[in-house]
Write a protein that binds this ligand. Structure first.
Ligand code: ZN
Ligand code: ZN
Length: 304
């Protein structure tokens, strides 16, 4: 099952040359999930071949402009392009007021249902549970209400050892039970243990998206052992004071978090526009957590 994330924007607050405000497109089993939608996200989607028609779920972390100012434009294009199927939007409640006002004064009635689920920045909640994935909110510690999101793959059924089943002539109608872990009893009463007939499926993977937030241990438990952690790293650690005032994280702190929660890989992003190049931020994070990558525009990372 495909599980990968493409970065559409890596900048905080304001766009700068070659870096756009935050947005990411997650491909889960060929379904697209858009996380945050900063200004210019539509252009980035065109650039990196992310088709709006394939997006059914959009997640907005909070109402600072660098995370949602591209959304009304995207909704408007979906409308103009004749979208009919529902779009599911997960966001702070006030975003509905903002969208409604924009639609009202442009006298637009969307041609497709826009289904809202409001996030709660005080409490983690499961907001999506489908065949592929369970998605929970992560309450973060920012200047205004803000939630991250964690995407957990579901555990797959066990895999059949086909040669073994053929050798024992096990009828096909038992396969589903075997995949679920049942033993097999043959017509002469011999019991074959399930683990001699099947192998365990791969361990489910998880992707955690944490932006924007102060370093705060309150959300660490929830993101423990994730496969890939995306964490904002707005500043170098020599600007820790600024990070504390603005409720952001430094590259060093992001790496400390990845180490503490035992992530396999760390992606850092949401870089301050003051940094023209990002090598120093990467080096700082890698000094603590070597498996760190820059979450920059156009890069795709497999969650594995
Ligand atoms: Zn931001
Ligand atoms: Zn913010």
């Amino acid at each position: 099952m495909k599980f990968e994330v493409t970065i559409l924007g890596s900048s905080s607050a304001t766009p700068i040359f070659n870096r756009n405000p935050t947005s990411q497109a997650l491909n889960i089993n060929e379904h697209l999930y858009l996380i945050d939608c900063g200004e210019g996200t539509q252009q980035q989607m065109l650039r990196f071949d992310i088709k709006a028609s394939r997006i059914d779920y959009i997640f907005i972390s909070h109402l600072h402009g660098d995370h949602y100012l591209g959304l009304v434009g995207l909704l408007s294009s979906m409308h103009l392009n004749g979208r009919k199927k529902a779009l599911y939007l997960f966001c702070p409640a006030h975003l509905k007021e903002i969208i409604d006002l924009q639609l009202k004064y442009s006298e637009t009635t969307l041609q497709f249902p826009l289904e809202y689920t409001f996030t709660n920045a005080q409490k983690a909640e499961v907001i999506v549970n489908n065949n592929d994935i369970i998605i929970e909110t992560i309450p973060l510690d920012h200047r205004i209400d803000c939630t991250g999101f964690i995407f957990r793959q579901k555990k797959r059924l066990r895999k059949l050892i086909k040669e073994k089943l053929d050798e024992l002539n096990i009828p096909v109608e038992y396969y589903t039970a075997l995949k679920k872990g049942k033993d097999y009893t043959s017509t002469n009463g011999t019991v074959y243990k399930n683990d001699t007939l099947t192998t365990d499926s791969e361990a489910p993977k998880a992707y955690a998206y944490c932006s924007d937030t102060l370093y705060n241990e309150q959300y660490f438990n929830q993101i423990c052992n994730v496969t890939v952690l995306y964490h904002e790293a707005t500043f170098l650690n020599d600007m820790l004071d600024r990070a504390l005032i603005t409720h952001h994280t430094t590259a060093l702190q992001a790496a400390q978090i990845a180490l503490k929660i035992n992530a396999k890989k760390l992606l850092i992003g949401h870089f301050s526009a003051r940094y023209k190049t990002l090598n120093e931020l990467l080096d700082e994070a890698r000094s603590v957590f070597p498996a760190t990558e820059l979450a920059i525009e156009g890069k795709t990372f497999s969650i594995e």
